[in-house]
Design a protein. Structure first.
Length: 353
């Protein structure tokens, strides 16, 4: 089968790979229809391997070596193993992250923190290929009328819904969102979906800020060299207090410090972005004003993925965020590099069927 295979930094090849084989117990074999890419894929391409186990076997997945990318995909069931109740022909979106269901974190309802957690497309072969084999428990049916290119965005949308909950933002709060690229745009839509209206979007790109406005941001501010002016503007529109919640979704190395400058005393900073390098953290700026610093990772499949699919099927969110649909052969130049070089205004989806 044809697949996008990660071999190392700036080395992703479109090549022939063996089919995944018949599904085992509790598994399904999917014919992949579409797959979107995100900042994590770009980070692996530019700076990796960061998570892909090229040289050492992954302790949970057991995989080692070149890896088929793609963790945001939609596929059609072509075969089901024993114990898998999904019907052949059904279109589904896998949640991408494996969980055991038996460890402390799974039993606490936090399978995204499972002791045996791994992600298809990063720690094991994923969905940028003709076929993918995944556990049936992570798959949810795509609503009728939801196109493949929209459904391919369900996994990042689920991550955004989880992040919105982790932020603790409530209706009436002022929320500053730093970075409105792929995941940031979904977080903005998730915040609006739970009734948050006073959202101020920050980004370096004016086109992304325009998209943020279409998604419901009350205000968009371009962050340039003078971040202090942006902070002063936020103070001005919050009666000198600062935002109740600041969500850092850019991964830029200076963005966490910017978040600290924008949040009010007793407020909360949610870290979503993953900087490629270590970032200094001025603990005094957190401690004295009692600012909560929280993080978010992945999503809870049973809670977030069905809600994400419903949101995509019932709104214009996907149409607003989608930048382009490209063939697999264009993945590197029109996909990964387009995101890396900021030539994309939103999500990029690869058509595989």
């Amino acid at each position: 089968m044809k697949a996008a295979v990660y071999h190392g930094r700036r080395d992703v090849r479109i090549e022939s790979m063996p089919d995944p084989g018949d599904p085992g117990r509790g598994e399904v074999l999917l014919q992949v229809r579409a797959c979107s890419i995100c900042g994590t894929d770009v980070s692996e391409f530019l700076h990796g391997p960061l998570m892909v186990p090229l040289a050492e076997r992954h302790p949970a997945s057991g995989h080692v070596g070149p890896t088929i990318l793609g963790h945001e995909f939609v596929g059609q069931v072509v075969a089901a193993g024993k114990g898998a109740s999904l019907a052949e022909g059904l279109r589904v979106v896998p949640g991408a992250g494996y969980w055991c269901g038996a460890c402390r974190w799974c039993l606490e309802g936090r399978p995204n923190l499972c002791a045996s957690y791994f992600v298809y497309g990063l720690h094991a072969h994923g969905g940028l290929a003709t076929y993918a084999r995944v556990p049936a428990q992570m798959c949810y049916a795509v609503p009728e009328g939801c196109p493949d290119e929209w459904a391919a965005m369900a996994q990042p949308c689920a991550i955004a819904l989880h992040a919105a909950r982790r932020s603790g933002a409530q209706p009436g709060d002022t929320v500053v969102l730093i970075g409105v690229g792929g995941i940031g745009s979904f977080i903005l839509a998730a915040l609006r979906a739970v009734g948050i209206e006073a959202i101020i979007a920050l980004d370096v790109a004016q086109e992304r800020l325009a998209t943020a406005t279409r998604l419901g941001a009350r205000r968009g501010l371009r962050v340039g060299e003078d971040a202090q002016t942006v902070c002063e503007t936020i103070r001005d529109v919050t009666a000198g207090q600062g935002a109740d919640v600041v969500i850092e979704a850019s991964g830029a190395p200076t963005a966490t410090l910017l978040a600290l400058s924008c949040v009010r005393r007793g407020g909360r900073v949610l870290q979503v972005g993953l900087p490629a390098e270590a970032v200094p953290l001025p603990l005094r700026q957190f401690t004295v004003p009692e600012i909560d610093l929280v993080s978010t990772n992945g999503h809870v499949c049973a809670t977030d993925l069905p809600q994400a699919l419903a949101l995509l099927a019932e709104t214009d969110l996907a149409r607003t965020i989608l930048d382009r649909v490209i063939p697999l052969d264009a993945l590197v130049n029109e996909g990964l590099l387009a995101l890396a070089e900021r030539r994309a205004r939103g999500k990029i989806v690869i058509a595989l069927a």
